[in-house]
Design a binder for this molecule. Structure first.
Ligand SMILES: [Zn+2]
Length: 270
């Protein structure tokens, strides 16, 4: 088999006399010899085609594995705030071999404080010991004494956590404000929610029932949302209760924190 260029050139030299027509001196020997080298060349080309096919197959696997691993590496780096360049889109696997070298951009690592809300998930927040330290608009704080996240937006002060969303528990805990308005003596064992802004030393976290996100303006008995539709806001604004305001704000805090967590993990839109 002709497997390298040197052999091919030698072969060409050796059979040079057969590579041009003989015209008047044609003989059966020449025809037969040429037939032989035609067969040899065809065999070689088939062999090289097979080599090409097998090498391309291995290269495709190799490229695919490289892209998958780089996607994972890129995700990890995104989560840690770093970027990777030259990541090839897996939908456009290059036809010719391309060596993709990950380039990590060196940036100063800003040590941001984080609050772990599960063993592996955390929310970036500036940890403070006093509510008066939470002055910047839109910044996420974590008031350690209260164990609540704090976010100011204009004159709206949001505080809370990502709570439990009950779907079928018979006795959901801490979904409603305690009716004793700061005078309940049961502390954290009370089934109702003790807002730390009302109950000093409380570290309660507000929970929710799933249907409290359901907009149902005609139902006054449940914890559904009776308000929020733009078509009725002018009228509704006068009928909302203190309990509903409190719950909406805490739902907003829950959703906002959940949104920040999704953003942190998936970097949506970045
Ligand atoms: Zn209570």
């Amino acid at each position: 088999m002709l497997t390298n260029l040197e052999d091919i050139y030698t072969f060409e030299k050796q059979h040079n006399h057969l590579l041009t027509p003989s015209f008047v001196t044609v003989s059966t020997d020449i025809i037969n010899s040429r037939d032989d080298i035609i067969n040899q060349l065809v065999d070689n080309i088939n062999y090289i085609n097979e080599l090409n096919k097998q090498l391309k197959r291995i290269l495709t696997s190799c490229n695919k594995a490289q892209l998958e691993d780089m996607k994972i590496l890129d995700d990890v780096l995104r989560k840690t705030g770093k970027k990777i360049s030259n990541v090839v889109n897996p939908d456009t696997v290059p036809k010719s071999p391309v060596v993709v070298v990950p380039t990590i951009i060196n940036r100063p690592v800003i040590k941001q404080q984080v609050v772990y809300i599960t063993s592996s998930l955390c929310i970036n927040a500036t940890i403070i010991n006093d509510i008066n330290e939470a002055n910047d608009m839109g910044k996420v704080y974590y008031l350690s004494s209260m164990e609540h996240f704090i976010i100011r937006i204009e004159n709206l002060l949001l505080h809370g956590n990502i709570g439990v969303i009950y779907t079928d528990e018979k006795i959901p805990e801490k979904i409603k404000d305690c009716k004793f308005a700061g005078k309940c003596t049961r502390g954290s064992s009370c089934d109702y929610y003790h807002d730390p802004f009302i109950y000093k030393n409380s570290k309660d976290k507000r929970n929710f029932i799933a249907s409290s996100w359901l907009y149902n303006p005609s139902n006054y008995r449940t914890l559904n949302r009776r308000f929020g539709c733009i078509r009725n806001i002018d009228k509704d604004i006068n009928n909302i209760t203190k309990e509903e305001i409190s719950r909406f704000k805490d739902q907003l805090t829950h959703d906002l924190l959940w949104g920040l967590l999704i953003q942190k993990v998936y970097s949506i839109g970045n």
